[in-house]
Design a protein. Structure first.
Length: 277
């Protein structure tokens, strides 16, 4: 029987699952919760409660946390916001060690299994003789981070485009608000509040600066895009019709006001919208 006290590795594994699940899926009867319970040796109810704790500790949400959350849970969430790359790697390593110890095949699927199977364990060539990361190790770390970011952003928006509501998962992408070219800061690269769940059309339009977000999370479309409707009426359907409307908000990790302000200042209306010839 498992101890009442959670180990750090159990917390990492539970936090990984937290980022895979949508709002309302933290139930002890959820098959992913049950599968994780079999791997880490905690009851489904205990895992369900832990997922609720993580949700209530999220500093990006306007919610009151439980008064009885553990100090360790609070510290883990704070560490994630300070050093997401390191915590994501620790989550992957923890799940892999559980798999090795139990010798059970993965049943969770989604982001957690991809984190586990991505080769985050120490293997030949992972470190050089001085103990520093090799290129292959760095590449694996980036790949794991990219997969985590996509899963965390899309599930936060319940797997739909925050502009048009499209829910075809293969048509959805996790867009960075502050993009890679502007900052190599790992916090901005991996934190879900620097992301938007967008279909491919709205992702490309966002990167081009054809639209942005106001501080109240309403969509603002470049006025020059409006003027092109007379030449192509589909522009109204794809972009202009959403001007002034609220986005479909995520249940966790609302877009960072800092990131939104950066996009308005540095990307919005900076490129002349042109029609194809």
């Amino acid at each position: 029987m498992a101890s009442n006290n959670w180990t750090n590795e159990q917390r990492y594994a539970a936090l990984s699952l937290y980022f895979e699940l949508e709002f309302g899926q933290f139930d002890h009867r959820n098959k992913k919760v049950i599968a994780l319970s079999e791997v880490i040796g905690r009851s489904p109810s205990a895992i369900s409660f832990k997922l609720g704790n993580f949700a209530n500790l999220d500093p990006t949400l306007d919610r009151k946390g439980f008064s009885n959350v553990s100090k360790a849970d609070k510290e883990l969430i704070e560490r994630f916001h300070r050093s997401p790359e390191r915590v994501i790697e620790e989550m992957a390593n923890a799940i892999q060690r559980f798999e090795v110890s139990t010798r059970k095949p993965r049943e969770l699927g989604g982001g957690t299994s991809d984190l586990t199977l991505s080769g985050m364990h120490e293997s030949p060539g992972t470190f050089d003789v001085s103990g520093r990361k090799t290129a292959s190790r760095a590449e694996v770390t980036v790949r794991v981070g990219q997969k985590f970011f996509r899963d965390a952003v899309l599930t936060g928006y319940k797997n739909r485009c925050c502009v048009c509501g499209l829910s075809l998962t293969r048509m959805l992408e996790a867009a960075h608000i502050i993009d890679h070219s502007a900052s190599e800061d790992e916090i901005h690269r991996l934190r879900p509040d620097n992301g938007l769940s967008l279909c491919r059309n709205h992702h490309r339009a966002f990167d081009c600066g054809y639209w942005t977000l106001r501080d109240d999370y309403r969509i603002e479309v470049d006025s020059r895009v409006h003027s092109l409707i007379k030449h192509d009426e589909r522009i109204e359907d794809v972009l202009v019709s959403f001007d002034g409307k609220d986005i479909h908000q995520p249940f966790r990790y609302m877009p960072s006001k800092e990131s939104i302000a950066w996009h308005r200042e540095n990307r919005f209306a900076k490129i002349e919208p042109v029609l194809g010839k």
